[in-house]
Design a binder for this molecule. Structure first.
Ligand code: CA
Length: 662
């Protein structure tokens, strides 16, 4: 009797569930797993058939492409880390979301796709690098790297505070994501999980297990590794992102005393082109080792989805914040509208919707991602987002009126790598670029490329009289796009510095003396011009036992700070996002005294109290770029050179004398 009773209840329940699910939806709304890396060039992905394809670097990304769709013409609107992420969340170009460069703040209160997804029943999670200061909004769970994040034993910020994990950043971001799927996810809701790797961003530090393997490999060189920039304008000539000049020995190339690389260099005494070739190989070993780590970890995510029967109803997408130069034009880094950094990878797998093995060559841009997520989820798409949903493309149904051209605008100058501000239009056959704030009579220079006949963009044909009709058309198209995307007349971000700054005596003087009083706070243009120079600071002060910053210029990317903590003096220099500190070993006196910091162009630095040297060390070299931030005495104003327990100095300083050393 009892058994029968149970059985009938069970049968009724089954019937009820079948009916209920049939009424609710034929198919539950799909989950979305968005996997994003940093600085991953298409040339380093097998499925793109890129230059480095024979090395079979990315089997898991390639499998996504095989099972789904790969986009051959995916691009960004502003090729740099933080602005790209702001566009990802807002579906808007930089001038509308307000995040122009890596320095300014991000307004988290604005509309973002994840807030809308959340309202429409999705559970949302963000794990890894987001590079936008401040608490995330619209995520049920977030655990992000502070700023650029660290490769080794990375710290994370959550809504509750900071945590730290032991291991390699790429592995740990995956661990945290899988942990959320295991323990954080609410199974009654579909989810959107963003997994954002720091790798392969500079300084390209692979996990030790991978590094070992890649140090034994050699990689093909690009044809234009020794580009001399003939046929292009000021911007290409004056950038500071070359393997030859900008790539540093200790940090970028891991030439530490006692290392195999240091031994090799000592033995072979390489110089000129041979040294560039060697640096290129070292760079590729480390960069591609990082890529291999990302791919391996994507494999872990795909395996998890399969094991937990989530793979059939989960859209998996892979992309990066932009591309990167892997020696093309002799460069690393990004920023330029040239193809290697303008273009970004995009691969999507959606079982039952995307037919396996599709290649798409429509023009898509990172402004499209937010709308695509909303469309996949069946959530409403706000009118003011600037992209287009890619869902019709994923279904193989590109609309007839799909866009035929792209708008691009890069803003971060003066800044690290010295890439001039520029905007442009590309229809994927021709590309027109306007560099502005250039030291020429009308302040701008144009370049035009024929991407079919000159895919490496080695020869601008802007001055070719045969192109005048085409130039006119492209300029009209650029104007049309600017109107369509509501770009303000000045680009939205007034020029800070550029041409007029370079004319300042400050930039060209051989040696220059400055004097700054306590509480001085001067802008970047009037601050000492640091690139390529050493510096000497003489700082008279009195000390009442409290910590604080004596003087600082610039911020976390480039600059310096002289500061006191627990009575000890510290000199911190940031160069291309890498900080080096030398510290005094004896306490400062409780009387009036003078601190002298002297840093040579080689990076050799000394710290002295009165005339007594208290610290000595090398911070890595001359300053690579003029900091975006100004100079302040008695605190570190604006972007911070580093975190300080106490920022404002509480006693008398100054006047500070600064001498630039040529
Ligand atoms: Ca990046």
């Amino acid at each position: 009797m009892i058994r029968l009773h149970y059985r009938s209840v069970f049968a009724a329940l089954v019937a009820l569930i079948v009916v209920a699910s049939g009424v609710a939806t034929a198919a539950p709304r799909p989950n979305i797993v968005w996997i994003f890396s940093d600085d991953h060039a298409c040339n380093a992905i097998g499925a793109y058939g890129g230059r480095l394809q024979p090395e079979n670097l990315t089997p898991n990304i390639d499998s996504l492409a095989r099972d789904g769709m790969i986009f051959d013409r995916a691009y960004v609107g502003n090729s740099i880390c933080a602005p790209s992420r702001a566009t990802l969340l807002t579906g808007k170009h930089s001038h509308l979301n307000g995040k122009f460069d890596n320095r300014g703040g991000f307004n988290h209160d604005q509309q973002q796709f994840q807030k809308i997804l959340q309202k429409h029943g999705y559970q949302t999670a963000m794990i890894g690098k987001i590079h936008l200061n401040g608490a995330m909004q619209g995520f049920d769970y977030w655990e992000v790297l502070p700023g650029q994040g660290r490769y080794t034993n990375p710290q994370f910020i959550t809504a509750e505070g900071k945590t730290q994990y032991e291991g390699h950043s790429t592995d740990i971001v995956t661990d945290r994501a899988l942990n959320w799927l295991d323990n954080g996810k609410d199974d009654s809701k579909p989810f959107m999980m963003m997994v954002h790797y720091k790798a392969p961003h500079r300084n390209w530090l692979p996990a030790p297990r991978i590094m070992e393997k890649f140090r034994k490999r050699t990689f093909p060189e690009p044809d234009n590794l020794f580009d001399d920039y003939a046929g292009r304008g000021t911007a290409a000539h004056k950038q500071d992102m070359s393997i030859s000049r900008t790539m540093t020995m200790p940090s970028d190339l891991k030439v530490t005393p006692g290392s195999d690389r240091a031994a090799y260099l000592a033995e072979h005494k390489l110089e000129g082109d041979d040294l560039i070739r060697w640096k290129y190989q070292a760079y590729m070993q480390d960069y591609l080792g990082c890529v291999a780590g990302v791919d391996e970890n994507i494999g872990r995510i795909l395996a998890y989805l399969k094991e937990h029967n989530l793979d059939r109803n989960t859209v998996v997408m892979y992309s990066a914040d932009q591309g990167f130069y892997l020696g093309e034009h002799g460069w690393f880094d990004k920023r330029f509208m040239y193809e290697e950094s303008f273009r970004t990878p995009l691969v999507a797998r959606w079982p039952g919707v995307i037919k396996p093995g599709q290649r798409n060559d429509d023009l898509v841009q990172n402004i499209d991602f937010a709308e695509t997520f909303l469309d996949i989820a069946g959530a409403p798409i706000p009118e003011d987002m600037q992209g287009e949903s890619l869902v019709p493309l994923l279904k193989g149904e590109t609309p007839d009126d799909w866009r035929k051209s792209l708008y691009y605008h890069y803003y971060e100058y003066p800044a690290v790598h010295s890439v001039r501000r520029h905007e442009g239009v590309s229809d994927s056959r021709y590309k027109l670029i306007r560099f502005y704030g250039i030291d020429v009579p009308d302040g701008e220079e144009w370049e035009l490329f024929d991407l079919k006949n000159d895919p490496s963009e080695m020869h601008s044909i802007y001055d070719d009289t045969k192109q005048s009709a085409r130039i006119k058309e492209l300029k009209a198209e650029l104007e049309r796009l600017k109107k369509y995307y509501q770009v303000p007349e000045d680009g939205g971000l007034p020029l800070r510095g550029t041409a007029s700054d370079e004319k300042k005596p400050n930039a060209n003087a051989k040696t220059l003396k400055f004097e700054f009083k306590q509480s001085a706070n001067v802008n970047a243009g009037s601050a000492p011009w640091l690139p390529g120079r050493g510096i000497q600071l003489t700082v008279p002060l009195t000390w009442n036992g409290k910590d604080g910053v004596l003087i600082a210029q610039g911020g976390a990317s480039n600059g310096y700070a002289l500061w006191i903590k627990d009575g000890l003096l510290h000199w911190t220099v940031t160069r291309n996002d890498v900080a080096a500190t030398i510290s005094g070993k004896s306490k400062v006196p409780s009387v009036q005294f003078t601190v002298t910091v002297r840093q040579e162009k080689s990076g050799e630095a000394t710290l002295a109290i009165a005339d007594l040297q208290v610290a000595k060390g090398n911070v890595g070299g001359a300053f690579p770029a003029q900091p975006f931030d100004g100079l302040s005495v008695g605190q570190d104003a604006g972007s911070l050179v580093r975190e300080f327990a106490t920022n404002k100095y509480d006693d008398k300083i100054g006047p500070v004398q600064i001498l630039l050393i040529e």
